[in-house]
Design a protein around this ligand. Sequence first.
Ligand SMILES: [Zn+2]
Length: 214
Amino acid sequence: MKLLIFGPPGSGKGTYSSRIEDRIDVKHISTGDIFRSAVKGNTDLGKKVKEYLDSGELVPDELVNKVVKERLEGTDDFILDGYPRTVEQAKFLDGFMDVDAIIVLDVTDEITIERLSARRVCKECGEVFHRLFNKPKKEGVCDKCGGELYHRDDDKPSVIRDRIKTYENMSEPVIEYFEGKIPFVINRCRKADAPIDKMVDGIISQLEEKDILS
Ligand SMILES: [Zn+2]
């Protein structure tokens, strides 16, 4: 099954993806992971990606497309997070792969802000925790790998509103592009402390209802 997941910062994309991964046979793949492994592998594409990342510049569509395609080739069951970000990328993906469904996490700005300001991320594996709603077993330590948890600078409230705006500007045309082409599973969350497992149940049953999960 080939799934895409969209959601504003703070919608819990990482958390949802990893819970969905535990429930059905898909692997969570984020573009961050794809970039990191390309850079680590020191492939030709990886070297180019590194130049952009080091200079703080946005990796251009054409290069993102190549790296993502290289990573996804031969992979059948995944939930992809962070791609496509532009209509160009969406068209490219559409050209080489049939996506089964798009999961959209729909949350309000208030929830985003409430969640992000208490979010802690693992330095080693990127797993996401929350100081109130999704606490690690041991404060400051990742349940998955034992890595150290930290508060990202861009999770500070002053920066969050800009990030929401950026997400909206980015995702709207991409979602529009896929409308009518690919089934959508929309997860509406109106409470910051909505139990994740329940929300994931809802996503899985929508996938079943739409005959995507068989
Ligand atoms: Zn970790």
